[in-house]
Design a protein around this ligand. Structure first.
Ligand SMILES: [Zn+2]
Length: 301
């Protein structure tokens, strides 16, 4: 046990993190704090990302192993854990909602789950999943969650993060309004060029977030993922890719990049079938994934 586990610590941690986010001067302040408080501040200065995937929220009865309505309770548990740990940012790796026949119904599903998701953390990132844009158009989904772009990058605490969008048909058309087969996932040429230029523009160690998988050539894989991998490998800075879509734990290493697939929150009934994680990156590039419920723990360099 360390002091950071004492009952008083979480409040200090939360205050510390907010201070850091506001003005970036937490480390200066920490130097004058007593030892116990300083160690709590060190802990919160670390980059910690909350990760969830494949929530498939919908107000409809379960189908097979997918318990759509239970997602809200499972997300509430994840939210409490993220609050306890103090996260820098929150990423959902796609399929936040499940399909409805009507656009209005699907928008209602999205508003319901996003109200709860967005209460967790201000610094949020949404990867588009095929189910997000089954009935909705991309602009409608992104407009509802308040995200400007389907793919983009951002920096936090000296690390670079890339959000990819593989919801395009082989002919380059973006998914939307039931115009696609879910197995026809592609990263179009324009996005590949953007990715190469984006990675060339940073020296920071980089993490990539995707929905469809970049490491397999079966139905769950992006069809041209070899082209994507070539760009990631050429940058020399990419540590790992976190992805969802196939709903099961998996971890592969291809040419020095780790491809970590996370479990789906929607799978299975009851809290024991939940799955979510926090991810930390050390300055030396070591990545620790702390998994909860069905989500496996991972550590790789
Ligand atoms: Zn899914």
């Amino acid at each position: 046990m360390t002091d950071s586990h004492s009952p008083a610590a979480p409040t200090t941690e939360r205050l510390g993190r907010r201070a850091l986010l506001r003005n970036g001067t937490l480390l200066l302040g920490a130097a004058t704090l007593p030892v116990a408080a300083a160690s709590a501040a060190d802990d919160t200065a670390r980059l910690r990302v909350g990760l969830v995937t494949d929530l498939h929220y919908a107000d409809k009865p379960a189908a097979g192993t997918r318990h759509y309505r239970e997602t809200r309770g499972k997300l509430a548990e994840a939210a409490a854990e993220f609050e306890r740990q103090g996260i820098t940012c929150l990423v959902e790796l796609g399929d936040l909602i499940d399909a409805a026949e009507e656009v209005e119904t699907e928008q209602r599903y999205l508003q319901t789950i996003n109200r709860e998701f967005s209460a967790i953390c201000d610094d949020r990132h949404y990867v588009l999943g095929n189910h997000c844009v089954d009935t909705l158009m991309k602009e409608e989904f992104l407009g509802s969650v308040g995200q400007a772009k389907p793919y983009y990058s951002f920096d936090r605490q000296g690390f670079h993060f890339v959000v990819l969008d593989s919801c395009f048909r082989a002919d380059g058309q973006p998914y939307g309004r039931k115009n696609f087969q879910w197995t026809d996932a592609n990263v179009p040429q324009e996005e590949l060029e953007w990715l190469a230029a984006d990675l060339a523009g940073t020296d920071n160690q980089t993490i990539v977030f995707a929905h469809q998988r970049l490491d397999v050539s079966n139905n769950h894989g992006v069809k041209n993922n070899a082209d994507v991998r070539k760009i990631l490998e050429a940058s020399g800075n990419v540590l790992a890719v976190f992805q969802g879509h196939s709903h099961q734990n998996d971890l592969k290493e291809i040419h020095g990049i780790h491809y970590c697939t996370l479990v789906a929150m929607v799978e299975g009934s009851g809290e024991e079938n939940n799955g979510y994680a926090t991810m930390e990156i050390q300055q030396d590039g070591t990545i620790q994934l702390k998994g909860f419920r069905k989500q496996a723990d991972r550590e790789f360099v």
